[in-house]
Write a protein that binds this ligand. Structure first.
Ligand SMILES: [Zn+2]
Length: 276
């Protein structure tokens, strides 16, 4: 599932390859991928529109059109947005194709079909229900140590769950939550409100460090994630604990442990991340 580093990788890739490009026509193959507008209106609005900017909020990609509209792309589990030459057959699970003036195409592919593209008015983007409830962006200036301290103080939940709560901090999912907590030396089941000021300071710096390195490595490709040019992410080669159950901790050689938290797998080192 694309998390902040993967969506940022797609965003920056598209910014380089297709920003300012003009859409010639749109083909909608799976109508369920388009939300909130009719397919006719979607195709009509996009035909001739310029993709004027690419922004990110948490795990959402926002594509501004030159007209007063914007697209909100939600990748969910398996969504991909790939810019490529417009030749050859469309790969399986291609649901929407934006054909660009100049002979390229932007292809939305989504095996599991949970993802979507919404067409909204540009001035409604911030207030849109998909975005308005998001917490501070995990890479944004608003995630200060003070803000993180307020969030942890107000939560009785395990810190890992708080990190993944998009209404509190937007962008962190299951993979990076485990990696961040390992980097910070914090046990994933630690009650958020019990974290001391020093641990919160370290946690904030670990969030930035892990996400920044992951962006530099073009995100993580376990199965589905592809960059905007169809390439692979590389951060899976940097994993310290994620998907490494029973393998030696890279820091202390203690076998990495996997537990279930809130229905999701959490990986940690019981030596490096001791419960308080
Ligand atoms: Zn260890």
């Amino acid at each position: 599932m694309p998390e902040l580093p993967e969506v940022e990788t797609i965003r920056s890739g598209l910014e380089v390859s297709v920003m300012g490009g003009q859409v010639r026509s749109v083909e909608v193959i799976h109508t369920g991928s388009i939300k909130e507008v009719t397919i006719a209106r979607f195709r009509r609005t996009l035909a001739g529109a310029t993709l004027s900017s690419f922004d990110r909020r948490g795990k959402f990609l926002i594509i501004s059109l030159d007209v007063s509209d914007a697209l909100i792309v939600d990748f969910r589990m398996t969504g991909q947005l790939i810019h490529e030459g417009d030749q050859g057959v469309l790969p399986p699970h291609t649901h929407v194709v934006f054909r660009m003036v100049g002979g390229t195409r932007l292809r939305f592919t989504d095996t599991r079909k949970f993802g979507s593209i919404r067409l909204v008015r540009a001035d409604q983007v911030c207030n849109h229900p998909a975005l308005s409830k998001l917490g501070v962006d995990a890479m944004g200036d608003d995630l200060t140590t003070g803000h993180l301290a307020n969030l942890t103080a107000a939560s009785k939940r395990p810190i890992k769950q708080l990190l993944m709560d998009q209404r509190r901090i937007a962008g962190i999912g299951n993979i990076y939550a485990s990696e961040i907590l390992f980097h910070a030396g914090i046990h994933p089941q630690t009650e958020a409100s019990s974290l001391k000021p020093e641990a919160i300071r370290i946690l904030r710096s670990s969030i930035r460090h892990i996400l920044r390195v992951a962006i530099r490595r073009c995100g993580t490709t376990m199965r589905d994630f592809r960059t905007a040019s169809g390439g692979y992410g590389n951060y899976q080669n940097e994993f310290r604990v994620y998907a490494r159950e029973n393998r030696p901790c890279r820091r202390c050689a203690t076998p990495v442990v996997r537990i279930r938290q809130h229905g999701r797998s959490t990986f940690f080192c019981p030596q490096c991340q001791q419960a308080e």
